[in-house]
Design a protein around this ligand. Structure first.
Ligand code: AVI
Length: 325
């Protein structure tokens, strides 16, 4: 049997249909302006994000990796044989720790990575096939919503949806509730949800993580405009915008913006949209919420997800939760 199958539910580089880009028009025509964070992740953006994960200031990836290394075997023992479904799989680097654990226990390896960036999905799937001779990969180039609607029951006894890397923090509380309800509709009773989240910590550490000294986060933020230029035939001048990130302590969230350095007009041809910017006007490109573990567990319980186990690091910077429907 073919060990690799790649399905394209969206076109990751150009508008797929007439409604693609409506979210961009909406975000840029309201006040204050905002853009959906998923537009960070074209192929270049996914590469920049991989670089962010290796930055000395960006403690998230290192911390979560250490937790996974500690508990992966336990996770595999609890869930038993299951299909691993990963939302926002990117390079799948951390997922290898889980694959290794299932592999050591002699379980069959079925992996279903889902990402909006086709380039990174294709190359990481190829590499995984080389490194894991028994692995079967069924990759989906898709948004989370579309993919969750399309998920099919596995031939294996169970499934685990993995949503690691604290991407849940990039959703507003409202979006988070909707997302979790999509997760529970996709799962069958007894199946698993593995969630990695960044926790609250001092402002200095957080602001350093989103304002790295090498400027990779700034490049990642600005790349969103380049992506919109390519995808929607726009003429954003990247020189005329600046990265701005800070911790909003009352909301417990990093807010990442692009600030217009002068008065300017931008045209997005494919969307037939003109956008005016005042000097210093900002576009909110991302929130990154830092969660409280008790509050999160309450939200999960309200959604019908039982927490089976929680793992954290010695400093309690990051948490990994294994939940079950
Ligand atoms: C993907 N997500 C969890 C990252 C975060 O930290 O919120 C995205 C990111 N934004 C700036 N740096 C990294």
């Amino acid at each position: 049997a073919e060990r690799l199958q790649i399905e394209y539910l969206i076109n990751s580089t150009a508008p797929t249909n007439t409604s693609d880009g409506n979210d961009v028009i909406q975000g840029l025509t309201k006040k204050p302006k905002s853009l959906p964070a998923r537009y960070f992740y074209d192929d270049r953006g996914s590469q920049l994000f991989e670089q962010i994960c290796e930055l000395p200031e960006y403690y998230l990836t290192r911390t979560e990796t250490a937790i996974l290394q500690k508990c992966a075997t336990e996770i595999a023992r609890i869930t038993g044989t299951c299909e691993l479904i990963e939302l926002g799989s990117g390079s799948s680097t951390k997922t290898r720790i889980l694959l290794d654990a299932y592999n050591r226990l002699g379980y069959p390896l079925h992996y279903l990575p889902i990402d909006v960036s086709a380039g990174i999905l294709e190359s990481s799937a190829q590499q995984l096939l080389t490194d894991y001779p028994l692995l079967q990969v069924h990759a989906l180039v898709s948004t989370y919503e579309l993919a969750l609607e399309k998920l099919m029951p596995s031939e294996l006894p169970s499934r685990m949806i993995c949503f690691i890397g604290s991407t849940l923090g990039n959703l507003t509380p409202q979006e988070c509730d909707l997302f979790l309800s999509q997760i529970t509709s996709a799962l069958l009773p007894g199946e698993y949800f593995l969630l990695g989240v960044d926790l609250q910590k001092p402002k200095v550490l957080l602001e350093a993580a989103y304002n790295d000294r090498q400027g990779v986060t700034a490049a990642f933020n600005l790349n969103m405009l380049q992506h919109l230029n390519e995808r929607f035939e726009g003429n954003f001048d990247l020189q005329q915008f600046a990265h701005w990130a800070f911790y909003n302590e009352s909301q417990h969230q990093i807010e990442m913006h692009l600030r217009s350095l002068r008065s300017q007009t931008v045209f997005l041809s494919a969307l037939d949209t003109t956008v005016e910017f005042a000097p210093q006007e900002t576009i909110l490109t991302e929130i990154s919420r830092k969660l409280n573990l008790d509050a999160l567990q309450q939200t999960l319980t309200q959604q019908g997800l039982t927490t089976v186990e929680v793992w954290t690091d010695p400093q309690q910077w990051f948490a990994l939760l294994l939940c079950q429907l």
